[in-house]
Design a protein around this ligand. Structure first.
Ligand code: XLS
Ligand code: MG
Length: 344
């Protein structure tokens, strides 16, 4: 029985358009107004950074943080929205300039671990058991700055600190090979899964695969997803698109390579992604050129493209696919797929 997909995005996906070379170009949309847009755009789930949920959390006590997160949970309930995950934002604070868990300064490492525990508390208060861990600055600009064995062990310690802090929390590591660092530790799905298996509770460590991150690692996102699915470890996804090996573009899903997007949809659908409540996250950014009143189109367009590719995937003739693969006639298979993508 074909499942129904539910979608999510984070408040950072509606943004003012600043890039490293220029300031904001659109008006800020207040958080409450963003929340009101979710259902209208066809989304049920909200992804959070810890400080999206509780702004200014560094100046609050653990109890105050939980109180604020609980108030937000009531707001989400009132809108019929679900918090999908919370991710510790460990890349903006001055104490995380050299990374969080792998900073060379022990005081900064201690800050990163404390912050991660608060993130777990926020997830709890928001009614989700999922934390996403994007290891943004856990890496180096120059190889000699850190020892990669030591760094791997520090990231493992951080997983254990979070797993021990809460008996139910699950952690989905989001691998990315570079940016903002020259090289990031835990760059691929394989690295992340291997690390999880060394943790104190491997059953509670899984994966978030972002399409663009896999592409930046020279890998095919659908195969990365398939690898994680075969371990039952694909707990969320960040679908988007990426035009070659450059900065992380977070383009509209399917906007660069429709066939690559199609294969992501197909692997997810074929293996019943979503059956345990997983959402389809769209980590897409609006182009800087979008005007204020049209700066949410990348979200609804990504969802529309996903659903259209789903229709195409479900409309394929299983008998034809089988015959062509048994005959090893991959030219015929290729034309069949491309024609379907062309609407023929
Ligand atoms: C990075 C993301 C980041 C994580 C969550 O690619 O946009 O925000 O997904 O921490
Ligand atoms: Mg992401």
């Amino acid at each position: 029985m074909a499942g129904k997909f539910r979608f999510s995005f984070g408040p950072w996906n509606i943004h003012e358009g600043a890039d490293p070379f220029g300031p904001v170009v659109r008006r800020s949309i207040a958080f409450n107004r963003k929340l009101a847009l979710y259902k209208k755009l066809g989304f049920d789930g909200v992804q959070f950074h810890d400080d999206d949920a509780v702004p200014d959390m560094n100046s609050l006590s653990p109890e105050q943080i939980v109180r604020k997160a609980s108030a937000l949970k009531r707001q989400l309930d009132a809108q019929g929205l679900q918090a999908e995950f919370v991710a510790p934002r460990l890349w903006e604070d001055p104490r995380t300039v050299d990374g969080g868990y792998t900073s060379n300064d022990p005081k900064c490492r201690a800050y990163a671990l404390e912050r991660s525990k608060r993130c777990v508390d926020i997830a709890n208060a928001l009614g989700t058991d999922l934390v996403v861990l994007w290891l943004a600055r856990e890496g180096t600009y120059i190889r000699e700055a850190k020892d990669s064995v030591w760094a791997t062990d520090r990231i493992l310690d951080a997983l254990n600190v979070m797993l021990a802090h809460d008996r139910n929390i699950r952690i989905a590591i989001e691998p990315k090979p570079n940016e903002p660092m020259d090289h990031t530790y835990i760059p691929t799905t394989g690295h992340a899964l291997a690390l999880g298996f060394r943790s104190m509770d491997p059953a509670r460590v899984g994966i978030n695969i972002e399409s663009a991150h896999a592409i930046l690692a020279g890998l095919d996102p659908s195969d990365e997803m398939g690898f994680a699915l075969s371990f039952d470890k694909l707990w969320t996804v960040h679908l988007n698109d990426q035009n070659g090996l450059k900065f992380d573009q977070d383009k509209t899903f399917g906007a660069v390579d429709l066939r690559r997007a199609f294969n992501q949809v197909r692997i997810l659908d074929t293996h019943d992604y979503g059956q345990n409540g997983e959402l389809v996250g769209l980590d897409v950014k609006a182009m800087r050129t979008q005007k204020d009143d049209a700066a949410t189109r990348h979200l609804s367009n990504s969802r529309t493209i996903f659903l259209r590719l789903l229709e195409i995937s479900r409309g394929l003739s299983q008998a034809k696919l089988k015959a062509m693969t048994v005959a090893r006639d991959y030219e015929a298979l290729e034309l069949y797929i491309v024609k379907r993508l062309l609407g023929k």
